[in-house]
Structure formats: structure tokens, C-alpha cells
Design a protein around this ligand. Structure first.
Ligand code: PLP
Length: 421
């Protein structure tokens, strides 16, 4: 089987809308190494888009899945429930940075978790409005497309979208957007578009993922909390990309003094098995009537088994500390690169959720071309990197936190060398 042959078959058999980044095809993977069908190896700094904080096929994870496989693979939790779903909910309730009695419901994808968080907030408040952020990404279903604050390629050609969704700017030091700008925009919305008493929720990412790893300033979180408290609005933190040790804490919201009412999670929750969840204050979580939440595959037992293993691995292998340590090493290397790469405008992030933003050295305008060139050169040297950002000019580094030190050093050397070109 050759990559070229598969490429041709893919183009003939699948629609172009399912855009594919790489022109090579996976054959096997272990921890942070991906091997293609021709035997070429790559250091995987994409990690299935932030899904593999615990690496490809961690032995404890495959063992947990194998064990579950031998017991049962599916009953539909809403028909015949199982203990592992309940104990996972108990663990998430105990770990989430939200005070008081909590409850958790499981789903399959990140978009589904966000959809359900919106349903829960609307059922609780009996209000329609949702405020989201420019540059935010929440998924590809209709409500989550409406919430997403980036038109191309996510929303273009797909309208009309569900109504009562409003966007305000997300703070960015580099692009000179402040928390005061965000707060003013929310106050303007309350005057010109929707009464505050008709808003069900404000949904935000504590670190924007697809939007470019913009980290929420503490004053933004405080302002959202204040506005939500003032008007009875549900505060939803979307932790689909930032969760499970990536930022150096189990959840990015652990870095902040103020707490949300609901949190969505997915991706690294189950290390490659499709599982997502919504955790939140019991009173809010219990607003929908029985039967209002769920789905055929929601909380699938194989994925739940995998999530239990992920939580154990994060704790036993101290992956939060490792995220901080690896992130610091990468940050130092990227800051050194700024000495010879004038386009490297900013290095930012939390823990190991780190990104580098590239702008034209003369004009200061975002330079997607530079980010793409670096991504291409790195791939030629066997390092798989992802771009992101409102302007596509940001490179994000999403290595498994279990990556061996020697391989991490090799990746850092590749990053240094490609930024020199
Ligand atoms: C913050 C955030 N929310 C929601 C989603 C959607 O998740 P999924 O692609 O699993 O539907 C993503 C995916 O990248 C995300 O980063």
C-alpha cells in the first residue's frame, strides 16, 4: 500500500469537505511516534488534535479497553446502565474546579458536549440568548457552528444558523484587544441586541484552541463571572481542547480564582476513544427533564473505560507537572528562535498549551504563509505540527505529555533549524 495510491483513492471516494492535512496515511502509532503505510516515522506534535495527552496506545489504556471489550461493548447507558459511567462521573465531579454539589453527563464528541451545555443552560434559565467569542471554536454541528467565531472554513456556505447567538471580541495582547473592550461589547449587546435577562449563557474557552491559544486574562474570567452573577446568566467554560493536564493543571479553569457554572470536556478525556462530558452545578445540570439528555452512544463503555485509565495515568505519571516542565523547555527554545526569526511575533500559552504566532517582520500583519512554511519544513524533517489562529498564522504544539525526553529534544532541534530557514 503506497501513500500515493491511497491519496488517489481518497480523492475519488470521499468529499473534499473532509479536508485532510497530510498526504501520508497512518499505519501504526506508539506514544509520540506515528508510522505511515510506507514505514516513514513522524514525531506527533498534533496528537489527533489535542486528544492524546497520554500518547498513542498507552499500555494501561489499551489494557482497560481490552478488559471492557471482553465484558460488554454497548448497552446504551439510558437503557441498561453500568457502574463505570457513574464512577467516572464521581471522579469528574470531585476534580472539576466548581464549588458545591456537581453532576456530570457523558456524550461522544466535543460539539455534542457544547450542544448539551447550551440545552442545559436554556432549560435552567428558560432564556434563549447565548454570548460567545470571536475566534472561538465549538464544533461543526449547527448550534456549535453558530457559536464558533470564525467564518472560513467552518461556517461558510452553511447558514442559516440557530438564532439568539451573539459574539464579542476575545482579548489579545498582540492584537490589542483588552478585557475592557470585551466588557464594553457585552454591555453594548445588552443595549442594542438582547436584554441581559434574556441571555441564558456566556460560553468561552479559557485558552482558545483553534483561535490561536489565546489565554484568558484573569480579569476576563472575573468580568464574565461578575456579569453572569449580576444577570442570572450561566457561565460555561469550554475545556474541550484545554482539559486533562495540557495546561499544567487538570483543567485550565484550575488556573483561575473564579469558577464557571458548567464545563464541557472531550478530546484527551478518553485518549482517543470518543467521549465527551458536561460537568456542572447539580441544580443546573438537573434542569432538563428525564430523556432530555443522552444519545445512543453517549458514555459508551469502551470510551468510559479508557477515560478511567487516562485519569489514573495523569495522576500516576504526574502529567500536570510534566506539562509545565516540557512547556517551559519549549518556551525557552521558541524565545531563542525569536533572535533569528523576526516573524515570530509572540510565544504564549499555559503549561504545554503553547503556540507561536507569526507576523510579517515589516508590516506586523499576520503571516499565515510563514506558519505554513515552518509547518512544511518541519514535516520534511519528520515533525508533525498544527497551525491555528484567527488568521491561520499560529503554530500550536500538542505533543503527548508522555513523550520521551530524547524525542522531545529532537523535536526542539527541528523547530530551531526550521525557524532559521
Ligand atoms: C474548544 C473546543 N470545543 C469544541 C470542539 C469540538 O469538538 P469535536 O470536534 O469533538 O466535536 C473543539 C474541537 O476542536 C474545541 O477545540
Amino acid at each position: 500500500m503506497s501513500n500515493n495510491n491511497l491519496q488517489q483513492r481518497r480523492l475519488n471516494a470521499t468529499p473534499r469537505g473532509v479536508g485532510v492535512m497530510c498526504n501520508f496515511y497512518a499505519s501504526s502509532a506508539e506514544n509520540s511516534t506515528l508510522t505511515d503505510v510506507e514505514g516513514n516515522q513522524y514525531i506527533d506534535f498534533a496528537a489527533g488534535i489535542a486528544v492524546l495527552n497520554t500518547g498513542h496506545r498507552h499500555p494501561r489504556l489499551t489494557q482497560a479497553i481490552e478488559q471492557q471489550l471482553k465484558a460488554f461493548t454497548h448497552t446504551a447507558y439510558q437503557i441498561v446502565p453500568y457502574e463505570s459511567y457513574i464512577s467516572l462521573a464521581e471522579k469528574i465531579n470531585a476534580a472539576a474546579p466548581i464549588a458545591g454539589e456537581l453532576k456530570t453527563a457523558f456524550f461522544s464528541t466535543g460539539a455534542e458536549a457544547v450542544e448539551n451545555a447550551v440545552k442545559i443552560a436554556r432549560a435552567y434559565t428558560r432564556r434563549p440568548g447565548i454570548i460567545a467569542f470571536g475566534g472561538g471554536f465549538h464544533g461543526r454541528t449547527y448550534m456549535t457552528m453558530a457559536l464558533t467565531g470564525k467564518v472560513a472554513p467552518y461556517k461558510a456556505g452553511f447558514g442559516p444558523f440557530p438564532g439568539s447567538v451573539f459574539h464579542v471580541p476575545y482579548p489579545s495582547g498582540l492584537h490589542k484587544v483588552t478585557t475592557a473592550d470585551t466588557v464594553n461589547a457585552i454591555e453594548r449587546l445588552f443595549k442594542s441586541d438582547i436584554e441581559a435577562t434574556q441571555v441564558a449563557a456566556i460560553i468561552f474557552e479559557p485558552v482558545q484552541g483553534e483561535g490561536g491559544f489565546n489565554v484568558a486574562p484573569p480579569e476576563l474570567i472575573a468580568a464574565i463571572r461578575r456579569i453572569c452573577d449580576q444577570h442570572g446568566i450561566v457561565m460555561i467554560a469550554d475545556e474541550v481542547q484545554s482539559g486533562f493536564a495540557r495546561t499544567g493543571k487538570l483543567f485550565a479553569m484550575d488556573h483561575y480564582q473564579h469558577q464557571p457554572d458548567l464545563m464541557t470536556m472531550a478530546k484527551s478525556l478518553a485518549g482517543g476513544m470518543p467521549l465527551s462530558g458536561v460537568v456542572g452545578k447539580a441544580e443546573i445540570m438537573d434542569a432538563p427533564a428525564p430523556g432530555g439528555l443522552g444519545g445512543t452512544y453517549a458514555g459508551n463503555p469502551m470510551a468510559v473505560a479508557s477515560a478511567h485509565a487516562v485519569l489514573d495515568i495523569i495522576e500516576d505519571e504526574q502529567l500536570c507537572q510534566r506539562a509545565d516542565a516540557l512547556g517551559e523547555r519549549l518556551r525557552v527554545v521558541l524565545r531563542n528562535c525569536q533572535a533569528w526569526c523576526a516573524e515570530l511575533a509572540e510565544v504564549r500559552g499555559l503549561g504545554s498549551m503553547i503556540a507561536a504566532e507569526f507576523c510579517d517582520a515589516q508590516t506586523g500583519e499576520p503571516s499565515a504563509a510563514t506558519a505554513q512554511t515552518i509547518q512544511k519544513l518541519a514535516l520534511e524533517q519528520g515533525l508533525l505540527l498544527l497551525t491555528c489562529g484567527q488568521y491561520g498564522n499560529v503554530i500550536r504544539f500538542l505533543y503527548p505529555l508522555t513523550i520521551p525526553d530524547a524525542q522531545f529534544d529532537t523535536a526542539l532541534r527541528i523547530i530551531e533549524s526550521v525557524t532559521k530557514k
